[in-house]
Design a protein around this ligand. Sequence first.
Ligand code: SAM
Length: 196
Amino acid sequence: MQDKDKEMLNRSPFFYVGDKFKLLPQLKKHFPQNINRFIEPFCGGGSVFLNVNANEYLLNDIDTYMIQLHKFLLSYTNKQDVFWNELKSIIEKYHLSATYMDKDVPIEYRKNFIKTYFARYNKDAYLRLRTDFNKNKTDMMLLYILLIYGFNRMLRFNSKGNFNLPVGNVDFNKNVANALKSYFQYTNNRKITFYK
Ligand SMILES: C[S@@+](CC[C@H](N)C(=O)[O-])C[C@H]1O[C@@H](n2cnc3c(N)ncnc32)[C@H](O)[C@@H]1O
């Protein structure tokens, strides 16, 4: 994908494995110019609906956590300050690194673990967060943060229904922040309904 295409597209804040983001320049050519109701049965992280203009959106996915996460973000569209404050307070509470918030990993981690410093630094905090989320599995802010710091940014649960993704070598960076900002901006004042 060319840089100019990337700049014109909204990146989903879920960075969903298997999303259609890279295919969007080709896909978009096939959509009608004027869409009244856009129905997407397998919306996943939302890369497609976030880039197709319509009067109304009906969005579905079999993954109930995915839909809960979308609904969770949607609930902050009109109170983004609250979202950023709550996000920051969880990141601080667990002592996760967050390069977007000037909370970088200590320099010795960067020196000693050249390609794995985020994972090494965040592992213990991430596991504490994961344990806390799995206690009742209802706090979507915790699940969203787990997704962002998790390996390949996936949503993965074991047979007991516990989130079980290991920590990834990533943190809350500028790309995540920009994707969230465009999600909030795009969904503001649009008629969007999520189903599961
Ligand atoms: C490759 S992902 C979708 C990617 C999405 N178009 C995007 O760009 O992010 C496929 C999605 O289909 C969902 N899915 C699979 N089987 C389904 C079913 N029977 N009904 C609804 N959703 C289903 C999965 O949970 C997954 O989120």
